[in-house]
Design a protein around this ligand. Sequence first.
Ligand SMILES: [Fe+2]
Ligand SMILES: [Fe+2]
Length: 175
Amino acid sequence: MSRFTDALNEQIAYEFGASQQYIAIAVHYDAQTLPQLAAHFYRQAVEERNHAMMMVQYLLDADDEVVIPAVEGPQVEFADVVAPVQLALDQEKRVTGQIQQLALTARAEGDLVGEQFLHWFLQEQREEVSSMSALLDVVSRSKDDVMQVEQFLARESGGENPLEAGAPPAAGGAL
Ligand SMILES: [Fe+2]
Ligand SMILES: [Fe+2]
């Protein structure tokens, strides 16, 4: 296995881990009857799952070994309404670093096809860090009146992600 294939398999575990973490956050908000926050993170969880399956499809197409990983348990308890969003933003920033590192590994190995595959993920990370950071602003500002956050999400969410059109194919089809 090339170093890049190894690292991409590792990234599959991080993407599934991110998905699992977002499900935990969604359930946390759902249990407090905050349906918009819950729906936001249920959607994010599906996106992360799709990211993992895009990487699986890439490895299948490249005829490289695919290892479906065990996933690290998510954090399930949070101090307040802001904490899950802060955790989510930290996670997105960490993933941005991981994807950057992957692209550098592909480049170092002269794997231009692998490097090109990651370009979409780099754009996607830029979008996700930006939107999670906006949500953190809103939740921090309205932490004492969380229905304001619910109204904000009801108003602002549901817009199509323009990046979806150019997304790489996901194994079994994107959900
Ligand atoms: Fe992701
Ligand atoms: Fe993400």
